[in-house]
Write a protein that binds this ligand. Structure first.
Ligand code: EPU
Length: 336
């Protein structure tokens, strides 16, 4: 384990923001964390945990120590007549893990294909797409306490998952480092084709309705709508879809009959992409950043942007959405 000074993180965040960490270290074993905790000079620095950098807005200078979780590995750890239990280390690239499960014949994660980021980051914001969320199949999380290095296991319930949220983004923020994640994948898989254009894409290609083809449909749809972060910096959806009361949704629907909304518990989830689009921001720029031309929910870096540019645009977009529709939209990426 090597601690580096002044480490460049510009290519370690998908928004491609220029950023330097004061100190940087990669962790491969839980013992690496214990070693760091024994060093009083390092212990007093602020610590930040980096996964795939796909849900972060980084400042140009990061004070303190950035820890990159680089442990790798994935395997079937247990099987019963109804489920496969599959464990992946936090440093695995999420999509590589998903495609590996499908190659091995374990199903259930196909709708989550091509989401950027690492396995360790997935539970933090309960990643989701096309009607499926990580919480649906997550069995348990093994984490390390960042104060003591002690291991702690979190059951699905203890992770307190909700839409793009979990214990690790709330009370647990900054307290634990996720080390590995176990999924319980049902052998009687139910395919989720109903969301978006998945069924259309499968039928258009005359593919059989099986998990690998659902994964391919998701990959095709994502590639057609979402910018590749290697080509144009972005952090996926920049805003969460707001959840509002029935009264507010009904009021908006009476004025805008094409409003996109879905029932969510006893409330309604509105499509933030639709709100931003109708507020006139689709394909529009502010300085070096803008809202993507094919999907208004995605904030893109056209080159050379800083965190300030990102937040300036985010504030402007959410203020325009608020004044036009009376709805608050909240940013999804984490601000360091
Ligand atoms: N829409 C517009 N204009 C736009 C964009 C969208 O009118 O510019 C409308 C669409 O026509 C559609 C609706 O808004 O009817 C919803 O759009 P879409 O189906 O593209 O999905 P989303 O709600 O924008 C969510 C997730 C995505 C996930 C997709 C597919 C959030 C914040 N985003 O997007 O997740 O891939 O559904 O399941 O929940 C991410 O979190 O980074 C992410 C990409």
């Amino acid at each position: 384990m090597q601690i580096q000074n002044s480490h460049d993180l510009s290519s370690s965040n998908t928004l491609q923001l220029r950023s330097q960490a004061e100190r940087f270290v990669e962790l491969y074993t839980p013992a690496d964390l214990s070693t760091l905790l024994m060093n009083p000079d390092l212990k007093k620095l602020p610590w930040k945990i980096l996964g795939g950098g796909s849900n972060l807005v980084l400042p140009s200078q990061i004070e303190g120590l950035v820890l990159k979780v680089s442990n790798l590995g994935r395997k079937l750890i247990h099987e019963d007549p109804d489920y496969w239990f599959v464990k992946a280390q936090a440093g695995e690239v999420w999509n590589d893990f998903v495609q590996w499960t499908l190659e091995e014949g374990y199903w259930g994660l196909e709708n989550l294909s091509l989401i950027p980021g690492t396995v360790g980051a997935a539970p933090i914001q309960n990643i989701g797409a096309y009607g499926v969320e990580v919480k649906d199949t997550l069995w348990e999380v093994h984490a390390l306490d960042l104060q003591t290095g002690e291991p702690r296991v979190f059951s699905n319930k203890e992770c307190q998952f909700s839409y793009r949220d979990s214990y690790f983004k709330q009370e647990g923020a900054g307290r634990y480092l996720i080390w590995d994640v176990t999924f319980r994948l049902p052998k009687k898989n139910v395919l989720h084709l109903e969301y978006g254009d998945i069924r259309k894409e499968v039928e258009r290609n005359n593919w059989p309705q099986d998990p690998r083809h659902v994964a391919q449909a998701v990959i095709n749809i994502r590639q057609s709508k979402l910018p590749d972060p290697k080509v144009i910096g972005n952090a996926g959806s920049f805003f969460k879809n707001p959840i509002v009361s029935k009264e507010l949704r009904d009021g908006l629907l009476s004025k805008h009959n094409d409003l996109v909304s879905f029932p969510y518990e006893d409330r309604y989830k509105l499509a933030a992409g639709w709100l931003i689009d109708r507020a006139g921001w689709k394909g529009k720029k502010l300085g070096p950043v803008g809202m993507y031309e094919k999907q208004a929910l995605v904030l893109v870096n056209h080159g050379g942007a800083t965190a300030d540019d990102v937040w300036k645009l985010a504030r402007q977009v959410s203020s325009d959405v608020h004044s036009q529709f009376g709805v608050e939209i909240e940013a999804e990426p984490i601000r360091w």
